[in-house]
Design a protein around this ligand. Structure first.
Ligand SMILES: Cc1cc2nc3c(=O)[nH]c(=O)nc-3n(C[C@H](O)[C@H](O)[C@H](O)COP(=O)(O)OP(=O)(O)OC[C@H]3O[C@@H](n4cnc5c(N)ncnc54)[C@H](O)[C@@H]3O)c2cc1C
Length: 482
């Protein structure tokens, strides 16, 4: 906020999870006071809680998300490294069977950190709680939005907590209440109409548990086993996390969920598209019982398409779009949403009494562009399953065929792989795939796929070693300028 403009009054954030906390951090630069309202009690340490049950499961952070964290909380990722969180190069340190072929490994400088979700949230919460103009209120549930007399602007929220019901005035309300957000019902009841939504039904189940990480293990730092749709429905992850632990998550589509008993969990792992994950965990020591979480569908609420929205309200994180987490995009989209909110407020010329008109529409429209990339990547893959209920656009089959070829190409071509990581890690938008060199390589590979059997043009079988363990072209350094 420039020195000529005064801060706005009070902002309220619904939800004290990743999106809510990051929003509070950016709002603290623009508002005199920011109040975060969270239904759960906040745990005193890095523990899972009822309102964020996904904390039991693997949470990868894409590079763009890490960069936002570093920008908003200087020094925090480095501080976490001192506490057992590893900073990695995804291109080098991940062993990833994607859609049935192993990604080539090389020095690619695709940065990420390996951290459990509760630990990350706890660190972020600590930083936000220390901001002088932010107040975190726990055990408070937001029950309704309040409108001004003209019924065009949200003027606050009605809340329920230990002291009963209360109304909190607010110049801006940020809904970061996740997948269970009640804004669609509230807006409908207030006469703003129905929020258009898209969804792709997946009936996915994640079953996860922590293991002790075997001492001295360094073949990879994160292992992902993901078969080709629609032939296989199962995936598995092992990720190093703080505390010298592995988090192991097994997932399956359409009700094919890993059981929560020891034997059933192992048996599910044994029947993944390759036995690697099973071989790694069968001798390892479990630290927690398996825990199951179900995700019925990926869902995108298109607030940017609403004919009428009240001013003074914005939504971000899972309250807008909650995705099949298979590409690990959710926290990064939340982080990019919070950054966008800060940028939008910085650019906007408001009055001291409140954020400017059209802020809501502008923000939701720009957020839609960020969400769109993730939605495209995830649903293109999910809609390859005939059971996946969702809208199939013309040309989808060709797109899926080319997408699968692109994935196979990344198993043998480090330059192509780096272009893919650029887009996946949100360094670039989809235009990153239009890079002339990449487009040419993919076109040639598409033709090759018509003539050469898959097993002879992609690495389907061999888990690639760490680049330092082999010579050759792919072992060389490569950054996004390559
Ligand atoms: C199994 C699984 C694995 C995942 N893996 C990854 C991954 O690898 N990488 C990744 O980036 N993302 C992953 N995600 C997605 C990620 O967890 C979400 O995108 C992210 O948590 C969204 O954050 P959020 O703050 O928007 O919502 P949430 O984390 O859902 O938080 C919403 C908060 O709002 C509170 N709340 C709700 N209603 C109210 C109310 N009325 N009043 C007050 N408080 C309220 C809730 O208690 C909660 O704390 C995964 C998700 C799942 C389910």
């Amino acid at each position: 906020m420039s020195s000529q403009t005064r801060k706005f009054g009070q902002a309220v954030v619904i939800g004290g999870s990743i999106a809510g906390l990051l929003s509070a951090r950016v709002l603290s630069e623009h508002f005199e006071k920011v109040i975060v309202l969270e239904r759960d009690p906040f745990p005193s340490g890095p523990e899972t809680r009822k309102g964020a049950p996904q904390g039991h499961h693997v949470h990868a952070l894409l590079e763009a998300g890490l960069k936002v964290l570093e920008e908003l909380f200087p020094g925090m990722p480095r501080e976490m490294e001192g506490e057992g969180v590893e900073r990695i190069d995804m291109a080098r340190d991940a062993a990833w069977l994607q859609s049935g072929s192993w990604k080539t490994r090389y020095e690619g400088n695709v940065e990420s950190i390996l951290v459990s979700r509760p630990f990350l949230e706890w660190k972020v919460r600590g930083r936000v709680a220390a901001l002088p103009n932010v107040e975190l209120r726990q055990g408070i549930s937001v029950e309704q939005l309040r409108l001004d007399a003209a019924r065009t602007r949200v003027s606050g929220v009605k809340v329920k907590g230990p002291e009963g019901e209360q109304v909190l005035d607010s110049a801006l309300v940020v809904d970061a209440s996740g997948r269970g957000s009640r804004t669609p019902q509230w807006l409908e009841a207030l006469g703003f109409g129905t929020v258009p939504q898209e969804q792709v039904r997946i009936d996915m189940g994640y079953t996860s548990r922590f293991y002790e990480r075997p001492a001295g293990f360094d073949a990879w730092k994160i292992l992902v086993i993901n078969g080709r749709a629609p032939e296989t429905r199962r995936s598995g992850f092992i990720s190093n996390v703080e505390g010298n632990r592995w988090i192991v998550s097994l997932n399956g589509y359409f009700g094919d969920h890993a059981p929560v008993d020891d034997q059933g969990f192992l048996e599910f792992a044994r029947r993944l598209p390759t036995p690697h994950l099973y071989e790694y965990i069968r001798q390892a020591r479990p630290l927690t019982p398996p825990s199951l979480h179900k995700i019925s569908a990926s869902r995108w609420l298109h607030y940017e398409r609403m004919a009428r929205m009240p001013e003074g309200l914005v939504l971000l994180g899972d309250s807008v779009c909650s995705l099949n987490p298979v590409f690990g995009q959710g926290m990064t989209v939340a982080a990019l949403g919070a950054k966008l909110l800060g940028d939008t407020l910085s650019r906007a010329r408001g009055t001291p009494s409140g954020p400017p008109l059209e802020l809501t529409r502008r923000f939701q429209k720009d957020l839609g562009k960020i969400v769109g990339l993730c939605w495209f990547l995830t649903t293109t893959q999910d809609l390859a399953y005939p059971e996946a209920e969702g809208h199939r656009k013309p040309g989808l089959k060709f797109l899926q065929w080319s997408f699968n070829n692109m994935i196979d190409l990344t198993s043998v071509d480090a330059h192509a792989c780096q272009r893919f990581y650029d887009v996946l890690h949100m360094r670039k938008g989809l235009e990153g795939l239009l890079d002339p060199g990449f487009a040419r390589a993919l076109l040639t590979y598409n033709l090759k796929s018509l003539l050469v059997p898959r097993a002879r043009r992609a690495n389907l079988d061999t888990l690639p070693p760490h680049p330092s363990a082999r010579g050759g072209k792919d072992a060389g350094r490569m950054d996004s300028a390559a």
